[in-house]
Ligand binder design. Structure first.
Ligand code: NAP
Length: 327
């Protein structure tokens, strides 16, 4: 079945995801923006029939089977909740919400309404990442005990850019730190304790964080930064060796096994080039199976990782603007 997708948002990732839907043979029937001009420009550029503003109008003015929410962080929960209220399944960009409490409210609403929803944590669907988890489950590196990661990238410093804007839910924690936090959660279990230090910039968002976390299976040590291009690196070490994800680790083309004796071995990774198409496939698969969640993008993992990020934010004294209440 060819599903009719709606896209909320007109930014860079909305464009990339539209290309993935098309590559998978899907149809993008509508797009929405806060601004009618941006919606119309996006629709004209990409041949989308219906252009809507504001975002909620997409659910009234277009017939769509599923929505991809690619708006800015501070409104993901509002857009997801609007889809759920309209009975339309939604794939919601990361972070699913600004905090775990809000995410919990949206997920509960989805459960009560019987509507599919999932966080677009695409790293979990990437072949190298899946292979890493399979190898750990198979005991290839013995008992995993240490996750080390860095996600440091230099982004445009303009104070209006979403990642530097407190009003738009910016900051390293939710933008890039969510990836090492997710890796540590997936490999070592939900963090029991976190220690963190950080730098809050003049716009009120976190610009650099260093985190050490105790998890049930071991320790995670990671950093995230907009101030230093420290790379997008990760490795998981166990009692018998380590697995190194190639850069960038959240969408890695490579996975290397380094045994305790130092011998490296490249493990096979196929399907890397599919990138966002894997999310389109996963959503379509879940909808075909009439599932309300994706086993790869599980609700409890979304909640647990956001809970850890909340605690890291508290540790570094992060004060965000109030979260817009759900209707
Ligand atoms: N999974 C991934 O790999 C990945 C990668 C990047 C981002 N993301 C997530 O996706 C979400 C959106 O990120 P993005 O990178 O697409 O952000 P972006 O390019 O900065 O766009 C964000 C929003 O900015 C507005 N915008 C776009 N062009 C504009 C312009 N010329 N003037 C004024 N406003 C403009 C749009 O608002 P309207 O919608 O109102 O038009 C757009 O939705 C974020 O939550 C982010 O965390 C995920």
């Amino acid at each position: 079945m060819t599903r009719r997708w709606g896209i909320m948002g007109t930014g860079g990732i909305a464009e990339a995801f539209l290309a993935a839907i098309h590559a998978e043979g899907g149809h993008v029937a509508a797009v929405s923006s806060a601004s009618p001009e941006r919606a119309q420009a996006f629709a004209a550029t990409h041949g989308v029939e219906v252009a809507c503003a504001p975002h909620a109008a997409l659910l009234e003015q277009a017939e769509v089977d599923v929505v991809y929410v690619a708006t800015t962080n501070e409104r993901h929960h509002l857009d997801a909740a609007a889809c759920i209220a309209a009975g339309v399944p939604a794939l919601v960009e990361k972070p699913f919400a600004m905090d775990a409490t809000t995410a919990g409210q949206v997920l509960r609403a989805a459960g009560e309404a019987g509507v599919f929803v999932a966080e677009a944590m695409w790293m979990r669907l990437q072949p190298a990442y899946r292979r890493l988890r399979e190898e750990i489950d198979a005991g290839t590196i013995g008992e995993p005990g240490l996750v080390e990661a860095a996600f440091g990238v230099l982004l445009d410093e303009g104070p209006d850019r979403r990642w530097r804007s407190a009003q738009l839910g910016g900051g390293t924690l939710l933008d890039t730190g969510i990836y090492p936090a997710t890796l540590a959660h997936d490999v070592l279990g939900t963090a029991d304790e976190v220690q963190a230090t950080g730098v809050i910039g003049p716009t009120g968002v976190d610009l650099r964080l260093g985190v050490t976390a105790a998890h049930p299976r071991g320790t995670a040590v990671w950093s995230t930064s907009f101030l230093e291009p420290s790379g997008v690196r990760a490795q998981v070490s166990g009692s018998e060796g380590r697995l190194v994800l190639g850069e960038p680790f959240h969408h890695s083309p490579r996975l290397t096994l380094v045994r305790a004796d130092g011998e490296p071995e490249e493990l096979e990774v196929t399907g890397h080039e599919l990138a966002y198409r894997l999310e389109v496939r996963e959503v379509e698969r879940c909808l075909d199976a009439r599932r309300l969640d994706s086993p790869w993008l599980a609700h409890e993992d979304t909640l647990a990782v956001l809970g850890t990020l909340d605690r890291i934010g508290e540790r570094v004294g992060l004060r965000r603007p109030p979260i817009a209440p759900l209707p």
